[in-house]
Structures are given as C-alpha cells and as structure tokens.
Design a protein around this ligand. Sequence first.
Ligand code: CMP
Length: 238
Amino acid sequence: MLAHSMADTESSPRTERIAARLRQVPLFAHLTDAELGRIAAVSRTRAFPKQSVILFESDPGDALYVVLGGEVKVVLTGEDGREVILSILKDGDFFGEMALIDDRPRSANVVATVDSMLLVLRREDFQACLEENPRIAFGLLRELSLRLRQADDKIGGLVLLDVNGRIARLLLTLADEHDGLSMPRTVTHHTIAQMIGSTRETVSRTLRDLQDRELIRVTRERIAVIDRAGLERLASTR
Ligand code: CMP
C-alpha cells in the first residue's frame, strides 16, 4: 500500500485534476484510474520560480519529481563555478529517482530554467508505488537505459568529436526535439557551451562558421538546419 493510502479517502477535484495530468506522463500513462488517483492523493504540487535550485548535489534524496509544466536543467558545478549541463528535462519528464533507488546522495543539481510546476512524490510513496506496479519499474528502467545511451553518446562526442562536431550533433538533437528543421533561439550560446563543454565565445564563432558553410541559418528567433547531411557528417564519430 502507498504509505498514505487513499483507499479510504474521497477523491477531490484536485486529485482528479492531478490524476488526469499524470495520465499524460509516460512513466504513469498505463496505470488505472484508481492507481493514478492514489498517486495523485499522496503527492503534492509545488511551484519553483526560474533559477531556483530544486535539488542540490550531495543532499540526501527524499522525493521523486515530475515536471508538470516548465523546464529544468540537470547540472554539475565545478569549484570555480563553471557548469556542465547533463540534461534538460521538460513536461512529463521525471528526476530525483537515482538517490531513491541506490540510497546515495543526489548525483547532480537540478535547477528550474523557467517558472516550473512540479509534482513531488515522497520516497516511501514512490517505493510503494514501484512495488505495487511492476510496469512503473519497467518504464523507469527504459528511461534509465535511454539516459545511459544519451550519456554514452555525450562521452563519445566529448572524446571523439571536435567542437564543430559536438555543436552539429547538439543542433540536430535540438532540432529533432522541435520540428526537425529548426530550434528557437531560447537556447543561448552560453547554454550550448554548457551542454557541450565549451565556451560561449567558441560557440558563437562555430555557429558563424557553420552558417558561412551554409549548414545552418541563424536568425534573431531561430537556428534553422539547412544541410542536414552535412551536419550529420560533422557529428558522426564513425
Ligand atoms: P538524483 O541523483 O536523485 O538527483 C539528481 C537527478 O538528476 C538524478 O537523480 C536524475 O534524476 C537526474 N540526472 C542525473 N544525471 C542525469 C543525466 N545524465 N541525464 C538525465 N538526468 C540525470
């Protein structure tokens, strides 16, 4: 049973609203209405303003978070304040599972990049939820495999590609997350630098170079992919 079971609690409009929202979260999408209702009843929603730190690296882990609205970045910060962005998570994504699974401290900081609304599920409720629903455990494993693949790709890119290749690869990924053809300029040069382990100046210079080679077009609002095959060649590690 969930630690704070809803079995004997009336469902409220709030619970129903959250359960409906949870149905759109891939990790929970296959649950029954009753199961979603139980999770909704024991979890809470919490707003985090832009730039607020949601989790601190090395803190003990006491909850799982689901992004209901907004965006967060998973970051490691060096002693000198430099940051590397490990991942950007959006609507429907979850985080904070690692410390709950392996009982070790948080592996990274998680920071809201825009005003965000999160669902917070306490450790014991998350664990009960996994025990009650093996399919959630399987969904979690799938997502962890995907994240490991992405991390492998990133390590491969850092070792095997130059900055051109790393930027080409990131641009293709970001374009694919939008319409496949372009991405909004909300992704700043500074953010791109933090995602590929480079500097803002190098990113600006490389983007100009890619534009001169007619691989991309940079406008005030968007970065458009002009020559996909050309970018793919640069981004290839084989
Ligand atoms: P936890 O270690 O509890 O707290 C930080 C969270 O950041 C971690 O759980 C994951 O949910 C998330 N995280 C850590 N590394 C990555 C990564 N490489 N890609 C995506 N998410 C990550």
